[in-house]
Write a protein that binds this ligand. Structure first.
Ligand code: NAD
Ligand code: TYD
Length: 349
């Protein structure tokens, strides 16, 4: 069935991989990307597909009233909502920006969908992309499952938890067809270098210190971004309305062991002597309220919808490093201007 789908945040890291997958895999669909193009949004991420006849880009803020007109104009069948403020450190310095986009913006989109779909919800779907961080922080044992109580601990995760609650409330109250996924940390091409992996790659390449928060003992579960995009495709087409699915890589690393792995890969790729890049490791002040461990149990998605991650981390990290080293221009463009200001404020000059 041809469909018209709105993808919000499609110029960002994960969004651009989702847009590429949908535009190329479903030529019969019309894909409309809505993005405000904040510091994290970059049309370069979509350059390879932006001439496709089934792709259209609209620069807009999800908080704007214009969103209602967009729904009237395109009569969307589905929404895949990724637009968000997404970086924990920024949420610590400017929480209100997270309330505005992640909470108010999501409610605005829900209202626009409700208004546009008021005659019939049949065949419609509002798919909200969320994070495992809404579940809070784990000790060394156990995993997050879909039934784990929400216990967000940072302004970022609190704003995402709030948006998840609103999405479920619209399902319960108005019977809007919704689905939510909560995913673990993503890595791969096109990630803005404020997040751990691209920031480390950038610094190692330029012989700058690698800032490790605290003792580097915090644990994250890493998933290759293209595998996340495939999971989103599966859930959008086969997910059960009203359900939540966890998505994860079953791939836990302490930050310090991940950084050592990255240093090894960079030494090989840059032709450096073994151990050279690791000399850049520098322990810095810990993040305020730093969550110790995230670990996802994604067996529901695997058993019910047949998704599983395709790439081993060892392959994924090599592919990722190769991408950043090959796409020097992309990296140089995104670290110009405001990035330097952010970096100096965060880590010192
Ligand atoms: P990102 O920061 O790279 O991209 C966010 C995109 O949203 C950017 O293109 C930005 O311009 C756009 N945007 C921001 N505010 C907007 C607004 N008010 N109106 C319209 N567009 C706006 O983020 P990402 O890492 O690609 O994450 C995408 C989604 O996935 C987010 O909802 C995030 O919470 C979720 N998520 C991310 C991860 C991860 O590891 N990156 C893991 C799980 C879930
Ligand atoms: P990040 O990529 O910001 O993702 P999140 O906080 O959403 O998990 O950080 C991943 C981990 O790396 C987290 O434990 C914080 C840590 N970290 C550092 O040690 N140094 C850094 O410079 C950054 C950005 C993160």
């Amino acid at each position: 069935m041809p469909k018209t789908i709105l993808i919000t945040g499609g110029a960002g890291f994960i969004g651009s991989h989702v847009v590429r997958l949908f535009v190329t895999k479903y030529p019969e669909y019309k894909i409309v990307v809505l993005d405000k193009l904040t510091y994290a949004g970059n049309l370069e991420n979509l350059r390879d597909i932006d001439k496709s006849p089934n792709y259209e880009f609209v620069k807009m803020d999800i908080c704007d009233q214009d969103v209602f007109e967009l729904f009237q104009k395109y009569k969307f069948d589905g929404v895949i909502h990724l637009a968000a403020e997404s970086h924990v450190d920024r949420s610590i310095t400017d929480p209100m920006a997270f309330v505005q986009t992640n909470v108010i913006g999501t409610c605005n989109l829900l209202n626009a969908a409700k208004e546009s779909w008021k005659d019939a919800f049949e065949g419609k779907l509002f798919y909200h992309i969320s994070t495992d961080e809404v579940y809070g922080s784990l000790e060394h044992e156990g995993f997050f499952v879909e039934e784990t109580s929400y216990d967000p601990k940072s302004p970022y995760s609190a704003s995402k938890a709030s948006s998840d609650h609103f999405v479920r409330a619209y399902h319960n109250t108005y019977k809007m067809p919704v689905v939510i996924t909560n995913c673990s940390n993503n890595y791969g091409p096109n990630q803005f270098p404020e997040k751990l992996i691209p920031l480390c790659i950038h610094n190692i390449k330029n012989n700058k210190p690698i800032p490790v928060y605290g003792k580097g003992e915090n644990i994250r579960d890493w998933l290759y971004v293209v595998d996340h995009a495939h999971a989103i495709d599966v859930v959008f087409h086969k997910g059960k309305v009203g359900e939540t699915y966890n998505i994860g890589g079953n791939n836990e690393w302490t930050n310090i062991s991940l950084i050592h792995k990255l240093c090894e890969v960079m030494d090989v790729q840059l032709g450096r002597a073994a151990g050279d890049s690791a000399k850049l490791i520098t322990f810095v002040k810990d993040r305020a309220g730093h969550d110790l461990r995230y670990a996802i149990d994604s067996s529901k998605l695997q058993k019910e919808l047949g998704w599983e991650p395709s790439l081993q981390f060892e392959q994924g990290i090599v592919k990722t490093v190769e991408w950043y080293l090959t796409n020097e221009e992309w990296l140089n463009n995104v670290v110009s201007g405001n990035y330097t200001k952010y970096y100096d404020e965060m880590y010192g000059k």
